[in-house]
Design a protein around this ligand. Structure first.
Ligand code: ADP
Length: 158
C-alpha cells in the first residue's frame, strides 16, 4: 500500500489542487489531503470549512482522506505510514521555496520523499489567493474551482 500526503492550506480548494490530487492517485494507492490551519496566512475559510469543502468536492473519488494537520510534516507523514509528500509545482516562482522545504524535510527524515507534480497547463497560473481576489470583486471563477467552492465563495463575499 503506497500512501502519500498532500499538505497545504487549501484556502479554498481549487481545480489546481484537484488536478494534482488526481495525478497523485495515479501513482499512489491512497492520498491523504492534510489541511494546515496556517493562522499566519489569515485564511478566509476556517479549517472546518476548508476540510468540508474538500470532502464535498472529492466525495465521488475513492482512496482519499481529508484531515486536519499541524506540527512537523515529516512526523505527520510517518504517523500515517505514508512514504511521500506530494507538492504541486506551478512555475519557477514555486521552485525555490519548494526546493528548500523538500531538502529540509529530507534532512529531518531521509525516508520521506517529496514528489513534485505539474498541473495541467490551464491551472498553472492558478492560486487560491488570485481566486479569492477575483471572487471578492464579484468576478467569475467558474471552471477554476469545484462548484461547491464557487458557491461558498459567493456566500463568503456577498
Ligand atoms: P501554498 O503552498 O501556496 O499555500 P496551498 O497550501 O493551497 O498553497 O497548496 C498546496 C499544494 O498545492 C502546494 O504544493 C501548491 O504548490 C499546490 N498548488 C496550489 N495551486 C496549484 C495549482 N494551480 N497547480 C498546481 N499545484 C498547485
Amino acid at each position: 500500500m503506497k500512501r502519500a500526503v498532500l499538505p497545504g492550506t487549501f484556502d479554498p480548494f481549487t481545480n489546481g489542487h484537484f488536478d494534482i490530487l488526481l495525478r497523485g492517485l495515479r501513482i499512489f494507492d491512497e492520498v491523504i489531503i492534510a489541511v494546515a490551519p496556517n493562522p499566519k496566512k489569515q485564511p478566509t475559510f476556517t479549517i472546518e470549512e476548508r476540510i468540508e469543502l474538500i470532502r464535498e468536492a472529492t466525495k465521488d473519488i475513492g482512496n482519499i482522506k481529508v484531515e486536519p494537520f499541524s506540527g512537523l510534516l515529516v512526523e505527520y507523514v510517518k504517523s500515517k505510514r505514508a512514504s511521500a509528500v506530494i507538492r504541486g509545482l506551478r512555475a519557477v516562482s514555486d521552485f525555490e521555496y519548494e526546493f528548500q522545504m523538500a531538502l529540509m524535510n529530507r534532512s529531518l527524515d531521509a525516508e520521506v520523499e517529496t514528489v513534485f507534480l505539474t498541473p495541467s497547463l490551464e491551472y498553472t497560473f492558478l492560486t487560491a489567493t488570485i481566486i479569492k481576489e477575483v471572487a471578492s470583486y464579484g468576478g467569475c471563477v467558474t471552471g477554476l474551482v469545484p462548484e461547491n467552492v464557487e458557491r461558498a465563495l459567493k456566500a463568503k463575499f456577498k
